[in-house]
Design a protein around this ligand. Structure first.
Ligand SMILES: Cc1cc2nc3c(=O)[nH]c(=O)nc-3n(C[C@H](O)[C@H](O)[C@H](O)COP(=O)(O)OP(=O)(O)OC[C@H]3O[C@@H](n4cnc5c(N)ncnc54)[C@H](O)[C@@H]3O)c2cc1C
Length: 381
């Protein structure tokens, strides 16, 4: 392969999927996998359990990644049980929404490994240790991207002052495909049904009973929850979940990420484009950061493929073509980012009137079937 058409910087889930999507579409692609990133991945396993929506699964299927995931790496969610801090309740079921699953909970480590394997078989794709000249530079370097700043793009993150703690736990009762979420002040806790956690506990691909947790807590509380013993952490988790999902036992380490909300001031220009967390970061309370990134991938691959069929096609880095990508992604990214942030703000404040309002709001939505169906449709992608 001579000079590639696209050089993708960053081989996280978004960069890897973009490389596969463009290579499958017939573009010559170079994927930069710098030694630092590879070493970071090898040294600490990713304990996140991603909630992926139907649109993300469809993309992974087309990239032939979904069916290659190891057994137990993806668990369907049939029911979501969302509680407020004053008795408010919102419930979704796959049955009511007429879909096979509300989401799939996917093992981040298994997804990374399966993507890495798929990359080795992809046509027209080479892995490189450093950026190479190309018509288009696709920056998929995550929220801390250095190349983004070098392109003159502003990205002013608003820190939530919270960290998201991820870990795997095992329950003494089956999860029955139910995802639990508690919205309150000052924390937000999600228990995501996750067969892989049960398997880790039993040492084999065991039956259901595991959960991936994502627990958003203020920084100081995160320090305490990371420093305490397993038994103390389990007691705190038990109190936070009120025993709704059974008795929970830790089966992994605990890892925390600082949480922020950010959007890049521009996502494309002549010869460059931003994709995934390099372009936008959202609070994980809605479980949508990667879903948005995979939406970017799907859109960019389609826009470039469509443009190449056009007589006026010049190059993969043509600013006019890339603007189409920016325009198409603007609304979904704005809606999900702003909606997630608004939800966080609503539950962040300890004001009695607001508490009444947010809990009544959950109850009202729960009884408004069309609105509930619309919300579920948005989340399903
Ligand atoms: C606790 C938590 C839970 C979450 N849960 C969900 C969920 O349920 N559902 C969901 O959809 N999303 C979820 N997210 C969001 C999701 O994790 C991110 O949106 C997603 O990982 C972003 O992927 P990315 O590839 O854009 O960035 P990253 O995963 O950050 O990958 C960027 C890659 O680029 C590399 N890199 C950086 N700089 C360079 C460089 N100069 N050259 C080459 N490589 C470089 C990095 O080392 C890294 O490998 C969650 C996030 C958190 C923190």
């Amino acid at each position: 392969m001579s000079s590639p058409q696209v050089c993708i910087q960053g081989s996280g889930a978004v960069g890897a999927c973009l490389a596969l999507a463009l290579a499958h579409a017939g573009f010559d692609v170079a994927l930069v996998d710098d030694a630092k990133s590879a070493a970071a991945r090898a040294s600490s396993p990713d304990l996140r359990a991603y909630a992926l929506n139907a649109a993300s699964i469809a993309l992974l299927e087309r990239l032939r990644v979904w069916d290659a995931l190891p057994p137990g790496a993806a668990t369907p969610v049939n029911r979501m049980h969302i509680s407020g801090d004053g008795g408010g309740l919102l419930e979704f079921t796959a049955w009511q929404q007429c879909v096979p699953a509300l989401a799939w909970i996917v093992d981040a480590g298994a997804l990374d490994a399966t993507l890495a394997q798929a990359l080795t078989y992809a046509p027209k794709l080479k892995r490189v240790a450093a950026p190479v000249p190309a018509e288009l530079k696709a920056v998929c370097e995550g929220r801390g991207s250095a190349s983004r700043a070098a392109l003159g793009v502003r990205y002013e993150p608003q820190a939530y002052g919270h960290r998201g703690i991820a870990a795997w736990v095992q329950s003494d009762v089956p999860h029955d495909g139910c995802a639990w979420q508690w919205f309150r002040q000052p924390d937000i806790l999600a228990l995501l049904p996750f067969d892989r956690a049960a398997a880790a506990r039993a040492g084999h691909e065991a039956a259901a009973g595991g959960y991936g947790i994502v627990w958003s807590v203020p920084d100081k509380r995160a320090d305490e929850l990371l420093a305490c013993s397993d038994a103390e952490f389990e007691a705190e988790l038990q109190a936070a979940s009120g025993g709704a999902a059974g008795r929970l036992t830790l089966v992994s380490a605990r890892i925390a990420w600082p949480l922020q909300f950010a959007r890049a001031s521009a996502v494309s220009g002549e010869g460059w484009v931003l994709v995934g967390d390099a372009a936008h970061a959202v609070h994980p309370l809605s479980g949508h950061g990667l879903n948005l990134g995979l939406g970017d991938v799907d859109c960019l691959a389609r826009v470039l493929s469509d443009a190449r069929r056009d007589q006026s096609w010049r190059s993969a880095g043509d600013a006019r073509t890339l603007r189409r990508y920016g325009r198409e992604r603007a609304a979904p990214v704005w809606m999900m980012g702003t909606g997630t942030d608004a939800l966080w703000q609503l539950f962040e404040r300890e004001v009695p009137l607001l508490r009444e309002l947010r809990n009544t709001g959950l109850d009202v939505v729960n009884h408004l079937t069309p609105l509930k169906r619309w919300l579920a449709g948005q989340a399903l992608g």
